[in-house]
Design a protein around this ligand. Structure first.
Ligand SMILES: Cc1cc2nc3c(=O)[nH]c(=O)nc-3n(C[C@H](O)[C@H](O)[C@H](O)COP(=O)(O)O)c2cc1C
Length: 199
């Protein structure tokens, strides 16, 4: 019984949202690496945002099928991992659009209370720090408790992956492993009472 409780206690489903639509996106490569580096207690699934039409409040009476599908998809997850580039010192519009679509109508905000974490990835040297921090501001508005530490500002992304798209530096792989382990603990500590993850 104790063993069974221990196992169920830490299982969680995590939606991964990639803030780039680019075919060869470094952020998508990072997201795919994180699926492999996460502890067994987490099941990670990339939820696509490329098909979401632009948010328009006029459409809320009869929302586009893509919005409804996205909202229903995210509802099934216990936590959300955002992996994003920085565009002009903020987050890409496609990612903000997805956050806005999920947040409405306010009483049905799909993000509400789901534990979150952010990884920002760029070929630049500053690790997309501004996007990472801007995203925290929007996520606070939709009531996602975002893991404060460890942080993941990943620079030099153009030299980060080998031909099979695996992370090359052992130090980065180790950091991301620790990051995902910490996120699993963060989800356990901050799980929504209505989610499958016991408090
Ligand atoms: C519109 C635009 C704005 C950008 N602004 C920034 C920026 O502010 N900071 C940064 O580090 N990189 C910036 N970049 C470069 C991106 O980091 C780079 O294109 C990166 O590869 C995007 O992530 P991805 O590989 O996952 O698509 C920008 C790229 C674009 C297209």
């Amino acid at each position: 019984m104790g063993w069974f409780l221990h196992i169920t206690r830490s299982m969680a489903k995590v939606a991964v949202i990639v803030g780039s639509l680019r075919k060869d996106s470094f952020n998508r490569k990072m997201a795919e690496n994180l699926i492999g580096l996460a502890p067994k207690s987490l099941t990670l699934t990339i939820v696509e945002i490329s098909g979401l039409s632009l948010y328009n409040q006029d459409l809320e009476d009869n929302p586009p099928a893509g919005w409804v599908e996205f909202r229903n998809q995210i509802r099934a997850f216990d936590g959300v991992l955002f992996v994003t580039p920085e565009y002009n010192r903020s987050i890409p519009g496609v990612l903000k659009n997805a956050i806005d679509i999920g947040s409405r109508p306010p009483a049905q905000n799909i993000w509400d209370g789901k534990p979150g974490a952010i990884v920002s990835v760029t070929p630049g040297s500053l690790g997309a720090l501004a996007a990472n921090q801007h995203l925290r501001l929007s996520l606070s508005a939709v009531n996602i408790p975002v893991m404060p530490k460890p942080e993941a500002y990943i620079g030099g992304a153009d030299k980060l992956f080998d031909k099979e798209d695996n992370i090359i530096p052992e130090s980065t792989r180790e950091h991301m492993k620790k990051f995902m382990l910490a996120f699993a603990e963060w989800i356990n500590r901050n799980a929504k009472p209505s989610s499958g993850v016991p408090l």
